[in-house]
Ligand binder design. Structure first.
Ligand SMILES: Nc1ncnc2c1ncn2[C@@H]1O[C@H](COP(=O)(O)OP(=O)(O)OP(=O)(O)O)[C@@H](O)[C@H]1O
Ligand SMILES: [Mg+2]
Length: 157
């Protein structure tokens, strides 16, 4: 395929720096970023509303696949805690002949709690207990999973 497109998945717990990395990679690849939080904020929807989050993610995945069909780069930063969610995205990208990268960001719950508290975006604020539970729940990629992906691109700065 002459113009194969590139899917970049950025996964990790809240506050791990997904959006920060997404912005840098978007500059490098002239990519479109898909973050449910941005659309939910723009729509005036509470970030804890998981039904809306699921609907927004479905719309974003449709658009991201359109970008890949056009040979562009789409960056998905949804958290994607489950291997099964990441598999669906990767297999979809490969079906379109696209490259697929996975960037998994990680940090200790206490570090994330300090960052999230300083940012103050969630209402009610996220708690340290929640972050500890999330950290226990997230499915960190194994070497076997990572082997299905292309090497992750470095941001330029
Ligand atoms: N590597 C890092 N070291 C220290 N602070 C960082 C790092 N990356 C991002 N931050 C800071 O942590 C906060 C969260 O970063 P960012 O918004 O990129 O994370 P996120 O994973 O997108 O979070 P969320 O899941 O809530 O959207 C920001 O205030 C950001 O400036
Ligand atoms: Mg973010």
């Amino acid at each position: 395929m002459s113009n194969p497109g590139r899917l970049i998945i950025i996964a990790g717990l809240p506050g791990t720096g997904k959006s920060t990395l997404a912005k840098k990679l978007a500059l490098r690849f002239q990519a479109t970023i898909y973050s449910p939080d941005d659309w939910m904020d723009a729509l005036g929807v509470n970030l804890w509303d998981n039904a809306v989050r699921d609907a927004v993610e479905r719309l974003q995945w449709q658009q991201a696949q359109d970008i890949l069909r056009l040979g562009g780069t789409a960056i998905i930063e949804w958290g994607t805690w489950a291997r099964s969610e990441r598999d669906i995205l990767r297999i979809g990208a490969r079906a379109l002949g696209s490259a697929a990268e996975l960037h998994f960001l990680d940090a200790e719950p206490a570090v994330l709690y300090a960052r999230m508290s300083a940012r103050g975006r969630e209402n009610p604020p996220i708690t340290l207990d929640q972050l500890q539970a999330y950290s226990a729940a997230i499915e960190r990629p194994t070497a076997e999973e990572l082997a299905f992906y292309d090497a992750p691109s470095e941001p330029l700065s």
